[in-house]
Design a protein. Structure first.
Length: 464
């Protein structure tokens, strides 16, 4: 749009018209790109199993599809799939306004120029996949010269090259090729989402692979991206639908598409000698081995996740802090710590009950995570306290981040109609010439800064 006021007014009316058509289902004029009486047009990645794909019948399938249908139903929205040939075509269609939404993607600075993102619809950790003989991976920085297979176009490649320069990155054409290199010993590891890894390993039969570790702070926070001109109306409604999806429903959706399928019946014509019986025993044994591995993976996730908020729990935060300390000792640098405490939270529990308090903490956690962005690990430190661990942030940037998180919580009413605030203390954990950085001192400074903020009237940030 041009700089003239008439052009601005015309653009404003055009956006309003598109939004009215999308929400009310009225016929759209030809120039209203993407509008349809059949629903809000959205695009997907047509070939990203098990997350999502377009079936031969033209139907959106997969984890994203099932979750999106739940969200749309509960938000009172009607959606219409716009098929594309590949992910790049979907991105282009959304840029040009042929799609008003993208169903399942990570947020990036570039995408935020034309998309507004909802709260996370699905959180999936990136894990380290190795051969069964490989040792457990607790710190990537210690793996000097090891080869990491990554499919081209992955969002973590640039970050891995920057944060772990001693790793050797091997680029492949597909997810399957990356795992294949690890299976055959041509690469030491692959770093991919847990859901995609489990699905690919199962389908390809690469049972000589294992999950050897997790990369803290590298979670996939998969959201719905909405074009900016309709975001003001659509994003709150979508967030309401997302908030209504329970952890149990998310697990059930994921299991529908990733769970191991077992055929209990055996064709009698195949069981004609002892070899057939032995095959059945081996198949049953393999199933239970894989089932136990799946349960162990789930227990690992549960042991690192706060059951109420879905954030990292204190145990996981402590483990990540140990990794951070080791990295600072070897490589130098600085890490910012932001300690957060919800203001007057006891009054919420006392006056409206603990269930209301739990809902507040859950919504507040989602806001903190979204405001923090990629690269920052946010976890529940205990009760109504939260800790954000921010690698490579200066004092100025850490203060700006704390302020952005504060505004994300304080300036918009919560689902219950109330406003909530928090106080925050910021400190820096820096490398020292010799020995380990003093983590306890940095946490103590953050704690002192937090209580100084509370003494200053709350709903503010302080730095020590």
């Amino acid at each position: 749009m041009g700089g003239q006021s008439g052009g601005q007014l015309g653009g404003w009316w055009a956006r309003l018209l598109v939004l009215a058509v999308l929400l009310a289902g009225l016929p759209a004029p030809a120039h209203a790109a993407g509008a349809s009486p059949d629903g809000i047009p959205y695009c997907v990645d047509p070939d990203w199993a098990p997350y999502e794909w377009i079936s031969g019948q033209g139907r959106h399938e997969g984890i994203a599809a099932d979750l999106l249908r739940l969200v749309a139903e509960r938000a009172g929205l009607t959606l219409r799939l716009t098929p594309t040939a590949d992910w790049n075509e979907s991105l282009q269609a959304a840029r040009e306004g042929h799609c008003m939404m993208l169903s399942f993607l990570n947020t990036t600075a570039q995408r935020r120029q034309w998309l507004t993102f909802t709260d996370p619809l699905y959180i999936d950790p990136n894990v380290v996949i190795t051969h069964q003989d490989h040792a457990a991976v607790t710190d990537l920085a210690a793996l000097d010269g090891q080869r990491v297979a990554l499919p081209k176009g992955t969002s973590i490649e640039e970050r891995l090259r920057r944060e772990y320069p001693k790793l050797v990155i091997v680029i492949t054409e597909t997810e399957a090729e990356a795992f294949g290199l690890v299976s055959t010993g041509k690469a030491d590891m692959a770093i991919r989402s847990m859901t995609v890894a489990v699905d690919t390993i199962r389908k390809k039969g690469w049972f000589n692979l294992k999950v050897a570790g997790q990369v803290p702070g590298y979670e996939n926070l998969l959201r719905i991206g909405v074009r900016n001109e309709v975001a003001e109306e659509l994003v709150p409604r979508l967030n309401s639908g997302i908030a209504s999806v329970t952890p149990e429903e998310r697990v059930a959706v994921a299991n529908r598409h990733v769970a191991i399928e077992v055929t209990t019946g055996i064709d009698p014509d195949l069981v004609w000698n002892g070899a057939g019986v032995l095959g059945g025993i081996l198949a049953a044994s393999l199933f239970w081995v894989l089932k136990l591995k799946s349960l162990n993976r789930r227990l690992h996730v549960l042991s690192h996740t706060d059951g109420l908020t879905g954030l990292e729990n204190r145990s996981s935060l402590n483990a990540y802090l140990a990794v951070v300390m080791a990295r600072l000792t070897r490589q130098g640098g600085v890490v910012a710590l932001i300690l957060i405490d919800v203001d007057h939270f006891k009054q919420v529990n006392d006056s409206r009950g603990h269930q209301a308090g739990d809902r507040v903490l859950t919504e507040l956690s989602a806001r903190l995570k979204q405001a923090a962005g990629d690269g920052v690990t946010v976890g529940r430190w205990g009760g109504e306290e939260f800790l954000a661990i921010c690698p490579d942030l200066s004092e100025t940037d850490a203060k700006a981040l704390a302020e952005r998180m504060r505004k994300a919580v304080a300036e918009v009413p919560f689902a219950d109609g109330h406003h909530y605030t928090f106080s925050a203390g910021v400190s820096l954990l820096s490398a020292v010439p010799q020995g380990m950085p003093d983590l306890d001192a940095a946490l103590a400074r953050a704690d002192q800064a937090l209580y100084a903020a509370k003494s200053a009237g709350r709903n503010c940030m302080n730095y020590l």
